[in-house]
Design a protein around this ligand. Structure first.
Ligand SMILES: Cc1ncc(COP(=O)(O)O)c(C=O)c1O
Length: 373
């Protein structure tokens, strides 16, 4: 009989902290502050302390976190926002939602993150087309921070706002700084499958700027002023539920040890698989949060099928590059092309990855991958 292996094992985690979570949930039900209750502020304080960012503001999900940042920057019609073509659709969809134009940029073949050279070319292209470059959203794909030294430099030279989409990289770091401090703005997601996930939807925004943090707090509650029935700007409804904040407080308490477990699991995968297949590349001085452990494989469909037969689930994130998605065909692309994004869309395949993957199961996965190649 083939074993049943979860792609991400949320049960193993909740079994560890079930009592603490239950008691936190009971406390919320008892005090009844379901919207912006005390746990929300407590979580925000803890997130800021953990990341090193001066301000953490929670919201309803990681997509809203991106949208709220763009709204805070007043980005809208006529503005261009540079985005990688290889990412989850949420990174890009918020741009046209606000009437702005997404401009697709290629990614690097090793880290899979935005290619600074491609970004530089895209800025030149956009200006030549008479467009108005305003911002860049860099994505930390699969958990590894993008090259913010290069992105921040280019942004500074061209007056762009930098947004780090850290939906997959909360807990990761670069040059000793955690996500949340690597760009002017950072967004993250607490979708259940993320490194730090809640039991529903959730997200957060990180900034060092106190005025911008206050602006986000207004935007997430219908553009409120000094009280919720004074509306000083156009906003949205995007608050993190108190119950989710309460759950996240307990999950954050064990997050560092989970992150350590992810490092060990990824290290062992790479140690055993590197002579057979292209394993993930982590740049020197970067630490990935290992949201995913992703291989590059030309025959990934066959590999996926063989692993499935042996009870091993895999996922291909993302099988169609965004500039080739029907809803996004009309948006501009960098003139040097998006070849790496197209190649990755056809060749990436992610193996089961979570902090509770034991060595025996990992060996079974690794042996099966090697046999299947
Ligand atoms: C790169 C990236 N950006 C944005 C999001 C959006 O997050 P959410 O699902 O919480 O809206 C996700 C997660 O799904 C993501 O992976």
């Amino acid at each position: 009989m083939t074993p049943s292996i979860p792609f991400i094992d949320l049960k193993a985690q909740s079994n560890q902290i079930r009592d603490k979570i239950n008691s936190r949930i009971t406390q919320v039900i008892d005090h009844g502050g379901f919207i912006l209750g005390p746990e929300v502020q407590e979580l925000e304080d803890r997130l800021a302390a953990y990341s090193g960012a001066k301000h953490a503001i929670s919201c309803a999900n990681g997509t809203d976190a991106l949208q709220l940042i763009l709204m805070a920057e007043g980005i809208g019609p006529g503005d261009v926002v540079f985005v990688p073509a290889m990412t989850f659709v949420a990174t890009v969809e918020v741009v046209p939602l606000l009437g702005a134009t997404p401009f697709f940029v290629d990614v690097l073949p090793d880290t899979f993150n935005i290619d600074p050279k491609s970004l530089e070319q895209a800025i030149v292209d956009a200006k030549a087309q008479g467009l108005k470059p305003r911002a860049v959203i860099a994505v930390d794909l699969f958990g590894q921070p993008a090259d913010y030294v290069a992105v921040n430099q280019l942004a500074q030279e061209n007056g762009l706002v930098v947004i780090a989409d850290a939906a997959q990289s909360f807990g990761g770091s670069s040059n000793g700084e955690k996500t949340g401090r690597l760009a002017q703005w950072t967004s993250t997601s607490f979708f259940p499958a993320k490194p730090l996930g809640c039991y529903g939807d959730g997200g957060a925004i990180f900034t060092d700027d106190a005025a911008q943090a206050e602006l986000i707090k207004s935007l997430r509650v219908h553009g409120k002023g000094s009280h919720k029935y004074e509306n000083v700007r156009i906003g949205i409804n995007s608050r993190l539920d108190t119950l989710q904040a309460a759950i996240l407080i307990e999950k954050l308490a064990i997050f560092e040890s989970e992150l350590q477990a992810r490092q060990e699991i990824a290290g062992y995968y790479s140690e055993r698989l590197q002579e057979y297949v292209d394993v993930p590349f982590v740049k020197e001085n970067n630490m990935s949060a290992w949201a995913q452990y992703t291989l590059l494989c030309r025959e990934r469909e066959q590999l996926q099928e063989r692993l499935k037969e042996k009870g091993i689930p895999t996922v291909c994130y993302y099988p169609i590059a965004l500039h080739e998605q029907k809803g996004y065909l009309s948006y501009p692309c960098v003139s040097s092309g998006l070849k790496v994004s197209q190649m990755l869309a056809k060749q990436v395949i992610s193996l089961p990855m979570h902090p509770y993957l034991d060595r025996k199961v990992q060996d079974y996965i690794i042996d099966t991958v090697i046999d299947s190649l």
